[in-house]
Write a protein that binds this ligand. Structure first.
Ligand code: XMP
Length: 389
């Protein structure tokens, strides 16, 4: 494979973007993620003040994110002209009552492009620039999931449906290549090395129905999970929320504990909510299992053996979550995720020490009054996806 030359790519792409856009005005929705920021930087160098950048506050960002992103993007070396658009009400209204992962994603995508379409009309922009990368296309065309930024690849004509043409400067690159371009541009490491954040934001981490209360608890759990897991430098790490628990729809399954795992007992429940997974290269909506090891703290290798056994016995299971903290009473369940990957198409689970897991759990239970238990997701991709939905 030829070496990737980020500097040459950058120079060529500035010229190509200038040619594609001519004297037209263009709009880009920036999220603070490395893909949209690099796309905005390239386009800004290509067409200067004909580019408008908007940050859509959809209410599914992390706490304080809109302010932080605006500040970083407006400052040198990027100096992008960013406006924050408050669309929180529109997104919450659109998602109200929806439970199914793909329906939530489709609705999010539709709302996103309608909001963007309104902004493009207002700004008189015919073009929309997007930070779509190669993995987004590969996963969507393979049927793994509806990436929210893919339109033409799934047969939606953006001109007819939303009123603008799309330009995607990074569509030939993988994430690690985008990061190399970001470093060449001189982007601060808070941006260039930032872990990916899905387009539909925390909506894919509030598993099942989104309510304001569940979302608030997810936002607080996210702050805590990121703070404690960041020092381990996973490729991606976050919290997701399920619930409320216990629901009468959960059902127990028998678990056989192999002798060599030296566990005295283990209990497993299949959760009412399902989560996405990828089996044989295709997206599935599989069962989530909650595993209670009764206080045992097996090493990472043993946990992985146990997970494999469980999934071997119950092929519908695409997630195995191990309990790390709990308190009395019913409440939401939070799951922690920390994975290592280069291309985000496959991923390994990070061996987070039990001590760290317990510290995160304790802090989440302290700061999130409606959460009653905390789990660690020990499933690699495949068969799980990185996100829960
Ligand atoms: P999955 O969950 O498919 O995630 O294993 C792979 C990577 O993609 C991110 N992700 C998204 N990014 N729009 C995006 O821009 C999306 O709709 C989307 N869904 C997932 C995810 O965070 C992970 O890094």
């Amino acid at each position: 494979m030829p070496r990737f030359d980020a500097k040459t790519f950058l120079e060529k792409q500035i010229v190509a973007t200038r040619e594609a856009l001519g004297r037209e005005k263009a709009l880009i929705a920036v999220s603070g993620g490395v893909d949209s920021t690099v796309s905005a930087a390239i386009t800004h160098r290509a067409i200067g003040s004909n580019l408008s950048c908007i940050f859509i506050d959809d209410n599914f960002m992390r706490l304080g994110e809109p302010e932080m992103v605006k500040q970083l993007l407006s400052s040198p070396p990027l100096e992008l002209p960013v406006n924050v658009l408050d669309a929180r009400g529109r997104f919450m209204a659109a998602l109200k009552g929806l439970r199914d992962a793909e329906e939530k994603r489709r609705t999010f995508r539709d709302t996103f492009y309608k909001v963007l379409g309104d902004a493009a009309k207002l700004e008189k922009c015919k073009y929309l620039v997007q930070g779509t990368i190669k993995a987004d296309i590969e996963e969507t065309t393979a049927g793994v999931k509806t990436q929210h930024n893919i339109l033409e690849q799934i047969g939606i004509n953006p001109v007819e449906k939303y009123g603008y043409r799309i330009v995607e400067p990074l569509v030939a690159l993988y994430k690690w290549q985008v990061r190399e371009v970001a470093r060449i541009i001189g982007m601060p490491s808070e941006l260039s090395e930032r872990q990916p954040f899905p387009g539909p934001g925390l909506s894919v981490r509030v598993v099942g129905e989104v309510t304001p209360e569940k979302l608030d608890e997810e936002k607080m759990a996210t702050v805590i999970a990121e703070e404690y897991l960041a020092p381990l430098k996973p490729s991606q790490f976050f919290a997701a929320i399920f619930g409320p628990a216990p629901t009468h729809d959960d059902k127990s399954i028998a678990v056989e504990v192999s002798e060599n795992l030296s566990l005295s007992s283990a209990e497993a429940d299949i959760l009412f909510e399902k989560a996405t997974g990828v089996v044989g290269g295709k997206r599935t909506y599989g069962d989530v299992v909650l595993l209670d090891l009764g206080g045992a703290k097996p090493a990472h290798g043993k946990l992985q053996e146990m997970r494999k056994e469980l999934q071997g016995d119950h092929p519908n299971i695409t997630r195995v979550l191990v309990k790390v903290g709990t308190r009395q009473g019913a409440g939401y369940r939070v799951s922690l995720r920390a994975i290592k990957t280069r291309d985000f198409l496959t991923a390994e689970v990070v061996d987070v020490p039990w001590k760290t897991l317990e510290q995160v759990a304790e802090k989440i239970l302290e700061k999130c009054p409606k959460v009653s238990s905390v789990y660690y997701d020990v499933t690699p991709k495949p068969p799980a996806t990185i996100e829960f939905e």
